[in-house]
Design a protein around this ligand. Structure first.
Ligand code: 6PG
Length: 472
């Protein structure tokens, strides 16, 4: 990805010094792509730093964690006050905060910059989420805007906020990416096992969805995946021979861990992370197969398969359920961005994040324009779900959503993303939640007190005494 980003920068007319720990990689880059721009290859870090004019701007693209610290430790002593060091990897935002603070003491501007779009995006125009100081952004901003993709003439790059803000937003982007992919996988599973259609037969369904509300990069590439044959055997779907154990590098897990600390319910992202973990729990899955029974009607016409006459209705129901669940996942992600921004004093503009996610990144989707509008209309929107456009869209799909969840339960096809999104929606809209029972129990077993609906203050019942209530 680093090499594609360097090519993108050079292609935009910037003199680009390049260095890789493995010199052969630098040589290969120059041999293959040297004609694309003004590259300056450097063999050693010192040579690399010396080749740059001061104040220097350096972008590092290495694996998150230890490798990033190692490169920073190697470069920092060679840098001077005023230089800008950019980490374009998927760093944990807490690491970025730590690194930024440490380098600030040395007068070096450290900017954690989220870059999304994979290898191709890095070359042709990614979505960029730059964090760091205003000072660093004043120099970096124009370069990043040049190399980012543009949508409707607006570059998909904007200053997110200080220190770790850019990497925080990139982390939440990835969390949403996990939720989005989980929902798509569930939709496919429900259609495959609900209708008994082959991947090749389902590809056109996703293609048609991609011309409506669900239009997005992930839906587009799902259609592409489903119609791809196994390269080893024509006529056999590739998806049927890919091992069904999802891997993860960690950004989804970080999102959930951070959400727990912030107290933000990102249940869609959490379900997606746990669904990946369950898929990878090979020992337990093998032990359960043939031991744990499914519904008695599993695989029969009663609930296992949708009658042919209802097939089109079911496809449309799944589409509606997917859209509604997706809105919930984004609503939760945007809630988390707001919570993080408040916690760390970043001042992140959620509408601006929707704007820069419209192109280049993995979760780019048509409805991000609607999200941008929602925050434009009401910057302090308490939840995306209550924006009139989204409230109406989800309300129109909710009966279909419920039918799909019921079917998944009856047919024994797990749809944790769909059902937890629906539970969140119901939890949000109900006037009274079941938490009064929890509060009552907490007071009963631990004198933890409760608040009342009709009076201010905290109260406790003398459960083992005369049952009277006292204020605490
Ligand atoms: C992006 C992607 C990118 C990467 C994910 C994959 O925005 O370009 O999100 O960062 O593909 O990190 O993550 P997992 O390996 O955890 O699925």
């Amino acid at each position: 990805m680093g090499r594609n980003l360097a090519r993108n920068i050079a292609r935009h007319g910037y003199v680009t010094a390049v260095h890789n720990r493995t010199d052969a990689k630098t040589t290969a880059l120059i041999e293959e792509f040297g004609h694309e721009g003004d590259f300056v290859p450097a063999v050693t870090p010192q040579e690399f730093v010396d080749s740059l004019t001061s104040p220097r701007t350096i972008i590092i693209m290495v694996k998150a964690g230890g490798p990033t610290d190692a490169v920073i430790d190697e470069l920092a002593p060679l840098l001077s006050e005023g230089d800008i060091l950019v980490d374009g990897g998927n760093a944990h935002f807490a690491d970025t905060r730590r690194r930024e603070a440490a380098l600030r003491e040395k007068g070096i501007h450290f900017a954690g910059v989220g870059v999304s779009g994979g290898e191709e995006g890095a070359l042709l125009g990614p979505s960029i989420m730059p964090g760091g100081s205003e000072h660093a952004y004043a120099k970096l901003g124009p370069i990043l805007a040049d190399i980012a993709v543009s949508v409707d003439g607006t570059p998909c790059s904007t200053h997110v906020g200080p220190d770790g803000a850019g990497h925080f937003v990139k982390m939440v982007h990835n969390g949403i990416e996990y939720a989005d992919m989980q929902l798509i996988a569930e939709a496919y599973d429900l259609l495959r096992h609900g209708l008994g259609r082959s991947p090749q037969e389902l590809a056109p369904v996703f293609e048609s969805w991609n011309s409506g509300d669900l239009e997005s990069f992930l839906i587009e590439i799902t259609a592409r995946l489903l119609k791809t044959d196994d390269p080893r055997q024509a006529g056999r779907a590739l998806v049927d021979v890919i091992l069904d154990e999802a891997e993860q590098k960690g950004t989804g897990r970080w999102t959930v861990q951070t959400a727990l600390d912030l107290g933000t319910p990102v249940s869609g992202i959490a379900e997606a992370v746990f669904a990946r973990a369950l898929s990878g729990s090979g020992v337990q899955r093998r032990a359960a197969q043939g031991v744990l029974p499914g519904p008695s009607t599993e695989g029969t016409d009663e609930t296992g398969f949708i009658a042919a006459a209802d097939a089109e209705q079911f496809v449309d129901d799944v589409r509606a359920a997917l859209y509604a669940s997706k809105v919930v996942a984004y609503a939760q992600g945007f809630d988390m961005i707001r919570a993080g921004s408040t916690e760390y004093g970043w001042g992140i503009d959620p509408g601006a994040m929707a704007t820069i996610w419209r192109g280049g990144c993995i979760i780019r989707a048509r409805f991000l324009d609607r999200i941008r509008e929602a925050y434009e209309n009401q910057p302090d929107l308490p939840s995306l779900l209550v924006d009139p456009y989204f409230a109406d869209a989800v309300a129109r799909g909710q009966e279909a959503w419920r039918r799909v969840v019921v079917h998944s339960v009856q047919a024994g096809i797990p749809a944790p993303g769909f059902s937890s999104a629906l539970a969140y929606y119901d939890g949000l809209r109900r006037e009274r939640s079941s938490a009064s029972v929890i509060q009552g129990l907490r007071d009963l077993f631990g004198a933890h007190t409760y608040k009342r609906t009709d009076t201010e203050g905290s109260f406790h019942v003398e459960w083992s005494g005369d049952g009277s209530e006292s204020a605490s």
